[in-house]
Design a protein around this ligand. Structure first.
Ligand code: SF4
Length: 636
């Protein structure tokens, strides 16, 4: 494969881009990009270049085009061997709006919200521009009796202010339910007792209708990003009461809302939303449909392209830090070549008091099939059911993540892609502490069975729960001691046979790179020096379910470990065990060839489900213990 060949875009996109970049020649020998094996033919109506009278017309055109092309039959791939063609209908994730500066992104938020187009605005300007997220900011200010300061004056956050904002910008009908929830929550917070911010947050979302599926994937993703902000706060504030909440609100008002960049996923196409992002961050990404708006003089190329940084330094050549014409044109080139087929270059003439002209790139980027009038698409296109594209590359994952997917794909979506954090409660970190203590005991015992005093001392020194204090903490510590002592009493044999504890592994299984760590590996036969025949043991702090161990997920985990031990660690697992510490019982797991091959199939199905975005809700008895029960309708 030649690195200079572009395998994404149609010949028309590439030919026009090649001509454009010629304008940079003379300064630097440009690489000549050729169009390689593209699946798509360029057709009239694929590329438009339009100057609108107003910004409103420009963004309305873009919203309309997205809807028009949604479901457009699109050639996804061709089988190299037999030439079979695979089609799908374009879905939200196939559209990208690439902006020169993040400020331009703001202009799309209102219309996309109004038109119900799911979107993700990456970068600093995105999150708090969304009305739902700004409303949440107001709510937390209300809880802590604070106001938002702005240059234009303070924004007060009384319940009446919240009502006005909510009804004007979000939903006219749900206010009564939200109001009663907010008043109840505030009453609790005002008592000055400890509370759990994620739990409060989920109750607000519940009242806003998240569990009724009133929000699209883009909105959910931004709610997940807000949950991450709460997690950032919880991580350094173990004990949250009303006083402490004020510092969270200062963090939101003074920093997060203006500066923080929590763009989340490296590859935004993993969500089924329209992406709005800066061209700078689009390198390496590709979309069937790309819009580059705001192509007006002064905007792109930027009027500041020759401005040096506003600092006084005599010993540094500051012009190095300017983008200049060459850099701006290269940036535009990056933008247009993100498109696989459809490309819309637009501008508006009412953005300054004096109407700007179209960018110089309007003249430089030309092609026979390019249309410069806002005429209907001259090519007849077939429409089928929209279907998001499949992620093609190998996905890195862990058994824990796959376990979430197997339990309920929607849980996986909320947790792993949207970034929702579960509520932190008193027992948070307890299981990890027990695992750490067992690891230390095994490591320090040097194959000799430790006595009870050693367990007491180690637990006193090491046991730590970040979010728990007082009597509850002492109870949990004592419970940990007794669990470990019972284990040592009943399973002394583990100590002389120990080979490894917390052994990490990483290996490729079909389309996934799976990593994890095995709690304990012991030799099978102490008499021989055969080190590769081993027993794999996984410790569980949860109680076993029912009279016998029936959890298929736990058995799957041990089978995966058996595969990993063979593939990644060069071991020969002869036995595998699940050890329930609270009951101090150990169960053998069948790792016959047949069972291992079934396990591979199950894991591969889960990986394919993730790659194909099959995030359906899978309700069952596990919903009772689900971290997201307040924000899930439990219906598909
Ligand atoms: S409540 Fe049930 S259906 Fe909903 S995410 Fe949790 S496990 Fe899945």
């Amino acid at each position: 494969v030649s690195l200079l060949k572009n395998f994404r875009s149609t010949d028309s996109i590439i030919e026009a881009a090649r001509d454009l970049i010629q304008y940079n020649s003379g300064h630097r020998l440009e690489k000549r990009m050729e169009h390689g094996k593209s699946y798509h033919e360029g057709e009239r109506g694929d590329i438009y270049q339009l100057a609108f009278q107003t910004r409103v017309e420009e963004v309305e055109f873009i919203a309309r085009k997205i809807k028009e092309l949604s479901g457009c039959k699109y050639l996804e791939s061709v089988d190299d061997e037999n030439g079979d063609k695979f089609y799908r209908g374009l879905d939200w994730c196939d559209f990208a709006i690439l902006v020169r500066t993040n400020a331009t992104a703001r202009d799309f938020i209102d219309i996309f919200e109004r038109e119900g187009i799911p979107f993700t605005a990456r970068g600093t300007a995105g999150l708090f521009e969304r009305h739902d997220i700004h409303f949440l900011q107001l709510v937390f200010n209300y809880f802590s009796d604070s106001e938002i300061w702005t240059r234009e004056g303070n924004i007060s956050c009384s319940i009446a202010d919240l009502k006005t904002y909510y009804e004007q910008n979000i939903n006219k009908r749900r206010w009564r339910k939200i109001k009663s929830t907010l008043i109840e929550l505030k009453k609790e917070i005002d008592k000055g007792n400890r509370f759990y911010p994620q739990h409060i947050y989920q109750q607000i979302l519940h009242a806003m209708g998240v569990e009724e599926d009133l929000f699209n994937e883009g909105q959910l993703y931004d709610f997940g990003r807000f949950s991450q902000l709460i997690l950032d706060f919880e991580t350094v504030n173990e004990w949250v009461s009303k006083n402490r909440l004020k510092s969270f609100v200062y963090f939101l008002n003074g920093y997060a809302s203006s500066r923080i960049d929590i763009g989340g996923l490296d590859d935004p196409t993993r969500l089924n939303t329209v992406t709005i992002q800066s061209i700078h961050k689009a390198k390496g990404l590709e979309y069937p449909v790309v819009f580059i708006p705001d192509l007006a003089t002064g905007r792109f190329p930027s009027r500041r392209r020759n401005h040096k940084p506003d600092i006084y330094l005599t010993n540094i050549e500051l012009s190095r830090f300017t983008s200049r014409d060459l850099g701006e044109r290269r940036l535009f080139y990056v933008g247009v070549t993100r498109s696989e087929k459809f490309l819309f270059l637009t501008m508006a003439q009412d953005i300054y008091p004096r109407p700007p002209r179209p960018s110089v790139y309007f003249n430089e980027y030309t092609h026979d099939i390019l249309l410069v009038d806002n005429v209907p698409d001259p090519t007849k296109r077939k429409h089928i059911k929209p279907d998001p594209k499949t992620i093609l590359e190998i996905i890195p994952t862990t058994f824990t993540d796959l376990q979430y997917f197997l339990k309920c794909p929607y849980d996986y979506l909320l947790r792993k892609l949207m970034g929702f954090s579960p509520t932190i409660d008193l027992s948070f970190g307890y299981g990890l502490q027990i695992h750490n203590l067992l690891n230390r005991i095994h490591t320090e015992s040097q194959h000799v069975v430790p006595d009870e005093n050693e367990v007491d001392k180690l637990t006193e020194d090491e046991f730590f729960l970040r979010y728990t204090r007082g009597q509850i903490f002492d109870n949990m510590k004592n419970k940990a001691k007794s669990i470990i002592k019972n284990y040592i009493k009943s399973f002394k044999g583990d100590f002389p046979l120990k080979l490894e504890t917390e052994k990490p592994f990483e290996f490729v299984l079909q389309d996934a790179l799976i990593s994890g760590q095995i709690d304990l590996i012991t030799k099978i036969n102490p008499e021989t020096n055969e080190l590769s025949d081993v027993n794999l043991i996984d410790f569980k702090t949860e109680k076993k379910e029912g009279r016998r161990e029936r959890s298929p997920v736990n058995r799957l985990q041990l089978r995966l470990y058996a595969i990993a031990a063979g593939k990644a660690l060069g071991l020969n697992p002869v036995e595998t065990n699940i050890h329930y510490l609270s009951d101090n019982i150990r169960f053998d797991v069948d790792i016959s060839e047949k069972k291992l091959s079934e396990a591979k199939k199950t894991i591969n199905n889960a990986v394919q489900g993730i790659k194909r975005r099959k995030f359906v809700k899978k309700p069952g008895t596990h919903c009772e213990k689900c971290d997201f029960t307040l924000i899930c309708s439990k219906k598909n």
